[in-house]
Design a protein around this ligand. Structure first.
Ligand SMILES: Cc1cc2nc3c(=O)[nH]c(=O)nc-3n(C[C@H](O)[C@H](O)[C@H](O)COP(=O)(O)OP(=O)(O)OC[C@H]3O[C@@H](n4cnc5c(N)ncnc54)[C@H](O)[C@@H]3O)c2cc1C
Length: 399
């Protein structure tokens, strides 16, 4: 088979976003070249566009993948929380996070995969997954060519938020995606919006119902401006128009260079199992995004790592304990982040009920305080204080 080194693999990882790259690299390292691992994506991981505002926590990223200045666009020292009437509270901290250049970050991860002995193919559209008696058949079209079928003992589905690969597969009932908590998100890359290179700005209120708007810096000249809405929100105008109206109204000088839409796969109030029948889900395919902040980069890396550790154990097992290992994958995720995400998901309903007037009152009050007193705790406390019943609803979030 000319396109691949073999037609039989121990593991095929489907999708080379943060989850798939991390899962493949970790598996390569854990197995030390003793297993055939194939990483597939339909496009090069460093190919634009990448649907993301690219903000991450420095410490959390560094704990999983060493931060290298080559893939960092800039460092953040503050977050503006902006209310509907545009009162602005500022949370200031020397180390608020990083804005990545995800193209270069993915390149770095992909280099890690190759160095760990993973076979990588970034022109391979996965058409279908099928369960067989021995494992899985993966049907792939390389560079638009004829469909080829590879076999794998185990598969990692890291194909992102709207992943369709596992839909309708009988043995995956209960874990297949499709009913994930997908929220619509849209953003523009724009110039001509005056914005601090070291701040992100978040807009709250009914205009961005059950979600928030944002401005994230890019290179000092360009910004990423967009919003995410709750999954059940009925928007009267198409999202693209809503975004362009927001920009035209608030930033009439802005020049929109491109608009991109995407979906965010947040954890709901229930988390489905991550693995069954030798198929493991990772990253957005497993809905592992933080339900309120909607951050998913570090979450996908962590999920990819956790899943890879399970897959390694699964491969090493003779067969007797494989079901238990699959079930344990969810426990592993719950221990590292899943439990926190569930708490946040439960608090989200309360957070979404905060009214425009409450946001305005809190932000106005906070904006009068000196910057060093505008701590995150004060910001949350002031918003919640405007609606005492929410403090009770959000108690688990605040712990
Ligand atoms: C508008 C927007 C802004 C965001 N901003 C942030 C942010 O600032 N910070 C943050 O932490 N998170 C952010 N996120 C979330 C973050 O981007 C995702 O959580 C993260 O990319 C998920 O990684 P993943 O590897 O699971 O999936 P993805 O990054 O979606 O990767 C999936 C890969 O699978 C490939 N693929 C899919 N189907 C197939 C197929 N059939 N054949 C071959 N390949 C396939 C795709 O090409 C893709 O490369 C944002 C999301 C959106 C939509």
């Amino acid at each position: 088979m000319a396109n691949f080194a073999s037609n039989r693999y121990d593991v095929v990882v489907c999708g080379a976003g943060p989850a798939g790259l991390m899962a493949a690299c970790t598996l390569g390292r854990l197995t030390g070249g003793a297993r055939r691992i194939l990483l597939l994506d339909k496009k090069e991981p460093w190919k634009e566009p990448i649907f993301c505002a690219e903000a991450v926590s420095n410490d959390r990223l560094n704990a999983l993948w060493p931060v290298d200045p080559s893939f960092v666009r800039g460092t953040l020292s503050g977050i503006y929380f902006t209310s509907p009437k545009r009162y602005r509270a500022e949370f200031y901290s020397k180390d608020c996070g990083l804005i990545l250049d995800r193209r270069l970050f993915h390149h770095n991860l992909a280099d890690g995969c190759s160095a760990a002995g993973v076979e990588c193919r970034y022109d391979a559209l996965i058409k279908k997954l099928e369960k067989t008696a021995e494992g899985w058949n993966v049907s792939v079209s390389v560079a638009g060519g004829e469909v080829e079928t590879l076999s794998a003992a185990a598969v990692v589905d890291a194909s992102g938020p709207s992943c369709k690969l596992t839909r309708g597969i009988e043995c995956l009932q209960g874990i297949e995606s499709g009913d994930a908590d997908l929220e619509p998100a849209i953003f523009a890359v724009a110039e001509g919006i005056e914005h601090s290179k070291e701040h992100i700005e978040l807009f709250f209120g009914s205009e961005f119902e059950s979600g928030y708007g944002w401005i994230f810096p890019r290179d000092g000249k360009e910004v990423n401006i967009g919003f995410v809405l709750g999954k059940d929100v009925k928007h009267k105008v198409p999202l693209r128009q809503k975004l362009l109206d927001f920009i035209a109204r608030d930033y009439p000088e802005a020049k929109v260079k491109a608009v991109y839409g995407g979906a965010i796969a947040c954890t709901g109030t229930e988390i489905r199992p991550f693995a069954k029948c030798g198929l493991f889900k990772a990253g957005d395919a497993a809905s592992c995004v933080n339900p309120i902040s909607r951050s998913g980069i570090v979450e996908s890396l962590l999920c990819g790592k956790v899943v890879a550790e399970s897959v390694k154990e699964w491969l090493d097992d003779s067969g007797a304990n494989r079901e238990a290992i699959e079930a344990k994958t969810l426990d592993r995720w719950m221990a590292v982040l899943g439990k926190k995400h569930l708490q946040v998901a439960r608090a989200k309903a309360g957070f979404n009920k905060i009214s425009d007037a409450q946001f305005d009152r809190a932000a106005k009050k906070l904006s009068k305080l000196p910057r060093e007193k505008q701590t995150l705790f004060r910001i949350f406390f002031n918003v919640l204080w405007a609606a005492p019943s929410l403090i009770w609803k959000m108690r688990s979030f605040l712990r």
